[in-house]
Design a protein around this ligand. Structure first.
Ligand code: PEP
Ligand code: MG
Length: 897
């Protein structure tokens, strides 16, 4: 229904169906919008008669007529697509007013001022939205009028004032368009319908869909709904509310209300509204009814709803319900609490969380070590804490500047008096958003919340001067380009650059992740090269290490940085060595370092499996390339500088990624393999003796042939078994390989005869299958993934698996490998192991585990659970069980390790 009627239309229809107070109306479907753009902006021929019929029905139901000189029907014409795009498209209110019906409205309501207030709003909206006249000029006329009649606020302007403004607007309209302002309500209606359609393709809407990755929708629907008025006096008003707190997720009624105001005043953030508690005090009956609606709608939709309502003369009308946007932290809390309340199931709760929610959960906060007194000194103002997290950046005053500065690599805070949907591009690139007006439900807040972007609104103490590009407050001035810090947790605005740190996730996060772990079948490991990373990954829920890149240990001593240079020198001495003897001596220096690292990693993993990959990069990466550094190395290791120079020349490679690397290195220099295996096994034996359970898995990279693997596997086992024998221990270990080259994948059955496990190195596999360099392709891949440019791939294949190509080869390798060795353990350790879509694919292939960098471990846990839930819901009972015969060893029969 949503696809056809849009979110707003579907919500209105559904609320009407379940008996809530909704004003009467009808919806033109998104198909009509689709037709409009496919036919050179022409309306479908059947639309005319259909709208006529619907309008007649609306007139009958309401007992009023559009344009009636006595008590006229007025309508709103509002957009609404299947996916919520807050404020990105157009709305026209009070349609149906002209000089006669305005008098009729005044008569019927006994309120001349109200009637002309509605009329001037309509003429302004119609002129700007439908005809495209500049809003600023009309606003300027309003400002001048208020000045003339000495009114500070709109509510101080009299009926006569508004009547005069309507006259001015109409004159202006005529001078700009050469014709009279349309008096005929039907003409007005068609103008508005087309304007709403056109707003689907307005720049801000297109930009929003691009940044939100919204694609495949037909267009916007158009809702034509009887007007109800929140601006009829102090017994009327308009508001926006959420059935739970969208910032924290707490189950409290949350919202903003403006007394005596109409339509968009709340969301546009022009006036700072009052809290719902205030509504409860002023209109207790309305509030009680609203609470009941809140309860009904949340139980109906089984999710937090974002509601718009209007109170007309003490009577409540619901104008919209949609699933509300929320912060990542609130996403977790609501999902868990709703499952605990039995509103939804645990599986539904898990499906509610998106991978981005996890990433955003670890949003920065101001470093708690920052002295409070210093912060107080820097405080400029306190606004409304619309979206939590903290942000630091340089002040910019227009969305365009924000985009330009960000493109240059600057961090910016977008500072606006109020944001309008036109600012969406600038908001997206900004670190944070600051506005002087508006409430928590203003567009700025709603859009920023969806992105989890820090946002402070309603900081009224700030005088924002667009002309001079400065903020003035209490005698202080902040100029463009000066640093600002926003604290979205308490709404504080500070001048200067402040250090930020990452916070602790909420309790609900741990509960939900536990549910994920209970559901998922895939194991989740981590890529970690140091004991520190390994410990971090354990905290994030990793169940082992899927890739330890040992060469990283050659570069740096993470535990004792002063020792880094000793390690580097040892590996360089090994490379420069001209005989096996000297090479061994250098490696002996490295051995204790590697052993120490492995001990730390085994300790951190405490019984979980640890896959350690032997050296992979080409040796030239380890030697100095400037003459000066080469001479220094020669001095330190006591050889002639010419020897160093010669060796560096020898190692130079035309294409290092396809050169002397991976398994090829250990074929040429078996001493390296021997040292590394020795370090692993000695560390494991030592840990085992101390009572730590260890499961080492020795992994050979970039294998391209069975024979090559066999040579290295034999060598590995001979070193390992000798050490185990000598120590008298019963250490168990595995020897396996990475699948990173198409040849290895194609001949996986042969490779599996030797390897006890496979780990897909999809970084290299992607580059070799695609023939794209993983280091350089970023320069042109942007065009390949941008749908507005070449649009060849849906995603960057180095981030999200190319399931069609690379995935096909993986599927082949899994099947072939398992045929040769049914118990073959299979994982993935390329970057894709932390990408949700790729994790789902790995689940489908029946892999045993994925391995991701520590911070992406929770994303992998979530995606692995979601894969199971999706599988359950897509398999209809009978069908699934017939596919999986016992003992067949199909992809779903792999046990979780
Ligand atoms: C890979 O190629 O996917 C991999 C994990 O190895 P590396 O990135 O170290 O080449
Ligand atoms: Mg690799």
């Amino acid at each position: 229904m949503k696809d056809l009627l849009g979110g707003k239309g579907a919500g209105l229809a559904e609320m009407t169906r379940i008996g809530l107070p909704v004003p009467a109306g009808f919806t033109i479907t998104t198909e009509a919008c689709d037709y409009y753009f496919k036919h050179d902006q022409k309306l479908p021929p059947e639309l005319g008669p259909q709208v006529k019929k619907a309008l007649a029905r609306l007139e009958k139901v309401t007992g009023k007529k559009l344009g009636d000189p006595k008590d006229p029907l007025l309508v709103s014409v509002r957009s609404g697509s299947a996916r919520s795009m807050p404020g990105m498209m157009e709305t026209i209110l009070n349609l149906g007013l002209n000089d006669r019906s305005a008098e009729g409205l005044a008569e019927a309501t006994k309120n001349l001022r109200f009637a002309y207030d509605a009329y001037r709003r309509f003429v302004q909206m119609y002129s700007t939205v439908v005809i495209g006249l500049p809003k600023e000029e009309l606003e300027e006329k309003l400002r001048k009028l208020k000045e003339r009649v000495h009114a500070k606020l709109d509510i101080e302007v009299s009926a006569e004032g508004w009547r005069e403004l309507v006259r001015e607007y109409k004159e202006y309209f005529k001078s700009k368009t050469g014709r009279e302002f349309p008096d005929d309500p039907e003409e007005q209606l068609w103008g508005a319908i087309e304007a709403v359609f056109r707003s689907w393709m307005a720049e801000k809407a297109v930009t929003y869909r691009r940044v939100e990755k919204i694609a495949g929708l037909l267009g916007t629907a158009v809702n034509v709904v009887q007007m109800v008025f929140g601006n009829k006096g102090d017994n009327s008003g308009t508001g926006v509310c959420f059935t739970r707190d969208p910032s924290t997720g707490e189950k409290t009624f949350y919202g903003d209300f403006l007394l005596n105001a109409q339509g968009e005043d709340v969301v546009a953030g022009i006036r700072t509204p009052m809290h719902l508690d205030e509504l409860a005090r002023r209109m207790p009956e309305v509030y009680t009814q609203l609470e009941r609606v809140r309860d009904i709608l949340e139980r109906h939709y089984k999710d937090m709803q974002d509601l718009e309502f209007t109170v007309e003369d003490g009577k409540l009308y619901m104008l919209q319900t949609r699933t509300g946007k929320r912060t990542p932290s609130a996403t977790f809390r609501m999902a868990v609490e709703m499952a605990n309340e039995k509103l939804i199931s645990k599986s539904e709760a898990v499906m509610r969380v998106k991978p981005e929610d996890i990433e955003r959960l670890f949003y920065p906060i101001i470093d708690p070590n920052m002295p409070r007194s210093e912060l107080e000194n820097r405080k400029l103002a306190v606004g409304i804490n619309a979206v939590p997290g903290a942000a630091v950046g340089k002040a910019v005053f227009t969305a365009r500047d924000a985009e330009e500065w960000a493109a240059r690599g600057e961090k910016v805070i977008l500072v606006r008096r109020e944001t309008s949907p036109e600012d969406v591009g600038g908001m997206f690139v900004a670190q944070g958003i600051l506005t002087a007006t508006g409430g928590k439900t203003s567009h700025a807040a709603v859009v920023a919340r969806g992105w989890g972007k820090c946002c402070v609104v309603g900081a009224e103490a700030l005088d924002i001067d667009y002309q001079q590009k400065v903020i003035r407050t209490n005698g202080r001035i902040v100029r463009e380009g000066e640093w600002l810090t926003l604290d979205g947790n308490d709404g504080a605005v500070y001048r200067g650059e402040t250090p930020l740190v990452r916070p602790k996730p909420p309790e609900a996060y741990y509960t939900l992740m536990k549910w994920c772990d209970e559901i998922r079948r895939l194991g989740v490991r981590t890529n970690a090269d140091t004991p520190t990373d390994a410990r971090k990954a354990r905290e994030m829920g990793a169940e082992g290490i899927g890739l330890c890149r040992t060469e990283h240990m050659f570069f740096k001593d993470f535990e004792d940085p002063a020792q880094s240079v000793v390690r580097q020198r040892a590996i360089q001495e090994m490379i420069i060595a001209e005989s096996a003897e000297t090479r061994k001596r250098a490696l002996d220096k490295l051995l204790p370092f590697q052993r120490r690292d492995f001990i730390g990693i085994f300790e951190a993993m405490d019984g979980f499996p640890v896959t350690i990959r032997l050296i992979d990069p080409p040796l030239h990466e380890f030697v100095p390339h400037s003459r000066e550094d080469q001479e220094e190395l020669a001095r330190e290791i006591g050889v002639d500088p010419e020897i160093v120079l010669r060796r560096v020349e020898q190692l130079r490679e035309a294409n290092p990624m396809l050169g002397h690397r991976g398994a090829r290195l250990c074929i040429t220099y078996p001493e390296i393999l021997e040292m590394q295996v020795r370090a692993i096994i000695e560390a494991a034996i030592e840990c085992q003796a101390r009572g730590i359970k260890v499961l080492p898995e020795i992994m050979l990279p970039l294998i391209l042939d069975r024979r090559e693997l066999e040579i290295l596997e034999k060598r590995t086992r001979s070193v390992a078994d000798r050490l185990i024998r000598q120590s008298g221990s019963h250490l168990k270990y595995l020897v396996g390989t990475m699948i990173e080259l198409p040849r290895a994948a194609l001949l996986a059955d042969q490779i599996a005869e030797v390897a006890e496990f496979f780990s897909f190195g999809t970084n290299d596999l992607t580059q070799t299958v695609m023939g794209l360099s993983r280091d350089d392709a970023g320069r042109f891949l942007v065009d390949y993934v941008d749908p507005n440019k070449a649009g060849i791939f849906p995603d960057d294949p180095f981030q999200t698996l190319d399931t069609a190509g690379v995935g096909l080869l993986m599927r082949w390798a899994v099947e072939r490998g398992r045929k040769a060795r049914p118990k073959l353990k299979i994982g993935i350790c390329g970057e894709h192991g932390g990408d949700a879509a790729s994790v789902r694919f790995c689940h489908k292939l029946g892999m045993d585990y994925v391995s991701a960098s520590p911070f992406r471990v929770p994303v992998a846990r979530l995606a692995a659970a979601q894969a199971v839930i999706e599988e359950r819901t897509s398999h209809r009972p009978g069908k699934f069980s017939s596919r999986k015969k016992k003992g067949e060893g199909g992809p779903h029969s792999v046990p979780k390790r």
